[in-house]
Design a protein around this ligand. Structure first.
Ligand SMILES: *Cc1c(COP(=O)(O)O)cnc(C)c1O
Length: 382
């Protein structure tokens, strides 16, 4: 596969593997790691990340919905896959057929789903508890008991897991986390028999609170080498290695005279004689208009984006004349300078999670290991 515009995301699969391996080292041997690869692996590319994570010691994968699970199966990934979000009762058969584990939290759902399963079909289910996230899950031990009783008497459902999700595990104040953990522990202890997987740890919990691992963790953001929050960055047990970088190449360079204008609205005016370069990346690539003024790296220097960002292009001011074809790094490292995912998140007043998800599939993902390109994913010409 190839791509024909010099704008690309580089995914360092060795760094994904490193982050997974270092996390696995923190787990007792019987504890399992589920690599969270929802949202196309936070924009990194689900299949490639899944393979790297499994190769580095992940036991299974977690996604948000059935389509994402099917996409992994289509790439011949046979590892356990758990759907963390809601599914339709009418899709229980699809899950059964493809060995996809589903999240359940309503008795009515189970009753309806049963009607869509043939007598020989079985679906593995993880019961979700809502201990304070207020998103999905059973809220009481009574509800939990009812659900588990129904699952146990039904030959079509296999009680595979019990889990919950924390709302504040990435904050320094742990009071709310402790409260959620207490509620979840009580839910677990109310069961007569534990299912094979009991899990509640996202990245923050996996790396901070061993006591809250139970027997499986769900590693998302940290696998990508990004900290769950700025606050807990100093508390992380090993330095995470980011996997995602974004690059382009200058397609045009010109001298602009004092007073000449740049881009839509003619809002930028050259203050003196300036070298201005055009980059083939714009808001349709997820490099959104709010990033006007953001710095990028050219020839190892930080230079600003000037004028409005267009759909497919934007302009930067150069420190001196550079040739067309010069590589510009928008997220990542050049020489001693680095623009991190957190820098972009700060600029956009959001969290690092959102930034790689923003970069659209129009930007090809180039997968590298040991400095070599392993493969390229460009859905446009696939
Ligand atoms: C996304 C998600 C995770 C992963 O969270 P990170 O903070 O990225 O580690 C874990 N569990 C659930 C239920 C999720 O939705």
């Amino acid at each position: 596969m190839n791509y024909y515009r010099d704008t690309w995301v580089e995914i360092n699969l060795d760094n994904i593997a490193y982050n997974v391996k270092e996390t696995v080292k923190l787990l007792p041997s019987k504890e399992k790691l589920f690599a969270v690869v929802k949202a196309n692996a936070y924009g990194h590319g689900a299949c490639a990340v899944a393979e790297a994570a499994l190769g580095a010691g992940a036991h299974g994968l977690a996604v948000a919905f059935i389509d994402e699970a099917l996409s992994l199966r289509k790439s011949a990934i046979a590892a356990p896959v758990l759907v963390l979000g809601a599914s339709r009762p009418s899709d229980a058969g699809v899950a059964a057929e493809h060995h996809i584990s589903l999240t359940v939290y309503q008795l009515e759902w189970l009753k309806q789903a049963q009607a869509y399963l043939s007598p020989e079909q079985t679906v593995k289910v993880h019961v979700k508890c809502d201990t304070g996230m207020g998103r999905l899950g059973v809220k009481t031990q009574e509800e939990l008991k009812e659900l588990v009783a129904f699952i146990d008497q039904s030959p079509q459902f296999i009680f595979e897991g019990l889990f919950t999700h924390f709302a504040t595990a990435d904050e320094l104040d742990t009071a709310y986390f402790e409260d959620q953990l207490f509620k979840f522990t009580a839910m677990v202890e109310s069961l007569e028999e534990r299912p094979p997987y009991v899990h509640c740890a996202n990245s923050a919990v996996s790396l901070r609170f061993k006591k809250a691992h139970f027997n499986a963790v769900r590693l998302g953001i940290a696998m990508y080498g990004l900290s769950p929050s700025d606050e807990i960055k100093p508390l992380l047990p090993f330095p995470l290695k980011p996997a995602f970088s974004l690059h382009t190449k200058i397609v045009h360079v010109k001298r602009m005279n004092k007073g000449e204008k740049v881009s839509y609205g003619a809002t930028y005016e050259a203050q003196g004689d300036e070298w201005v370069a055009t980059l083939p990346i714009g808001y349709a690539d997820g490099w959104i208009r709010k990033l006007q003024g953001q710095e990028v790296l050219a020839a190892g220097c930080r230079v600003p984006i000037i004028g409005r960002i267009c759909m497919d292009q934007c302009m930067i001011r150069l420190p001196y004349e550079l040739p067309a074809g010069t590589t510009v790094t928008l997220i990542g490292r050049q020489c001693n300078e680095e623009i991190t995912m957190d820098d972009i998140a700060d600029r956009l007043a959001t969290i690092n999670y959102e930034v790689p998800c923003l970069i659209t599939s129009r930007v090809p993902r180039v997968y590298k290991s040991k400095g070599e390109v392993l493969h390229i994913d460009n859905p446009l010409v696939r």
